[in-house]
Write a protein that binds this ligand. Structure first.
Ligand code: NAD
Ligand code: GLY
Length: 367
């Protein structure tokens, strides 16, 4: 069992990582119950795979759950399901000091976190992430959001959880495509500022995706320690340090938008292709050794992740993809900052990228 603290003054909390933690849920979560009751929000697929496990282990500790089960999928991060969820929470008379449990991937975590941030002007929530993506990234750091017609994650709030409980055994029921997609966010930490961790990924990534628990545990702990340090340093993405976590996301969001935020390209898959594009664009601009860009591309390809426009199923032109980027919430003064790289482990924020260069690069990539 490992505990990683996120140090944020009065908003500090712990991330507990333990194999089988869900089967000891009463030990870890009973303190968040009120009157022997915990409200647990999840989605259909997670309910089928993991909810009974949580329910039984909490019942053993005298805690009953009040489940709210929403549809699975990105479409649930929407105004419609935010309203559904808030109405259900109000009907259950959730109080400000209560803790709502988010059991699921990034979709449930982001939605529940946002609902918690506005319910009765803010109540508490606990993250119990069940996808690799959520265990290494989205459950930590307090970014919460829903999507709107204008784009992804454009409506949201910074709202930190009170606790994060990570049980890697939940990954045993996660489809392997989802495990691979979450692995993209693991690779991201190596590419940002830890070249030795990228070496580790090259050696261990395939085993991790195939279910090697020791590799999963190592990667989860390494990732959440990296994220906790960044969040503690720059909680609201004001100094530029937290922005490094967006490596691959500007390209990736454009690819996701072009594929309709659908199962054609999962979020983590978009990030994978986006990171490969960011490295190749960096090489094209003379910032990064092309050999590093080729290494990143080769690793993502080896583990079966999208690494270019074709493998991301994107046919749009450079201009069309750049048009998607203009909806990005990182736009500042009409400019779009990009995460580029001087090499593996040397990501930096570039504020003066010419979007015409980006469009030309994407047209070259399109072939
Ligand atoms: P997801 O939440 O949609 O989960 C993927 C699928 O797996 C869903 O169908 C879900 O029902 C199912 N599932 C989850 N856990 C399961 C399990 N253990 N067994 C069986 N099925 C399971 O997708 P995701 O990749 O976890 O999250 C993507 C979302 O996260 C995106 O909306 C993205 O914007 C967001 N995100 C947020 C942050 C942040 O910092 N807040 C960071 C990265 C991504
Ligand atoms: N996933 C990006 C962030 O948390 O800042």
């Amino acid at each position: 069992m490992t505990t990683v603290p996120v140090t944020l003054g009065s908003r500090s909390y712990d991330i507990l990582i333990a194999e089988g933690a869900l089967d000891q849920a009463a030990t870890h979560l009973a303190r968040f119950a009120r009157g022997g009751r915990l409200v647990v929000v999840t989605d259909d697929d997670v309910a089928a795979a993991q909810l009974t496990r949580l329910e039984e282990s909490l019942a053993a500790g005298g805690v009953a759950i009040e489940p709210i089960v929403l549809p699975s999928g990105e479409g649930t991060k929407s105004w419609r399901y935010l309203e559904t969820l808030l109405d259900r929470l109000l009907a259950l008379e959730v109080e400000r000091s209560d803790h709502i449990v988010a059991l699921g991937g990034g979709v449930i975590g982001d939605l529940v976190g946002f609902a918690a941030s506005i319910l009765k002007r803010g109540c508490n929530f606990v993250q119990v992430p069940t996808t690799l993506l959520a265990q290494v990234d989205s459950s930590v750091g307090g970014k919460t959001a829903i999507n709107s017609a204008a784009g992804k994650n454009l409506v949201g709030a910074f709202h930190q959880p009170a606790f994060v409980l990570i049980d890697p055994s939940t990954l045993d029921t996660l489809p392997s495509r989802e495990v691979a997609a979450g692995y993209a966010e693991v690779v991201k930490y190596g590419l940002i500022d830890d070249a030795a961790f990228f070496d580790w990924c090259e050696a261990n990534g395939p085993a991790l995706i195939a279910g090697d628990r020791a590799a999963q545990l190592y990667a989860i702990e390494k990732s959440v320690r990296a994220k906790a340090a960044i969040v503690a340093d720059d909680e609201r993405e004001t100094t530029g340090r937290r922005a490094l976590l967006n490596l691959g996301h500007t390209f990736g969001h454009a690819l996701e938008a072009d594929t309709g935020f659908s199962d054609t390209l999962l979020h983590g898959e978009g990030v994978a292709a986006g990171m490969a594009l960011a490295f190749r664009f960096s090489a094209r601009q003379g910032l990064c050794d092309p050999a590093d860009a080729a290494r990143v591309t080769a690793h993502l390809q080896t583990v079966g992740l999208p690494h270019d426009l074709a493998s991301a199923h994107v046919k749009a032109s450079g201009a069309e993809l750049v048009a998607h980027m203009l909806h990005d919430k990182k736009m500042a003064g009409g400019k779009l900052p990009f995460l580029l790289a001087r090499g593996i482990g040397q990501t930096f924020l570039a504020k003066d990228v010419d979007l015409a260069d980006v469009a030309a690069f994407l047209d070259e990539e399109r072939g």
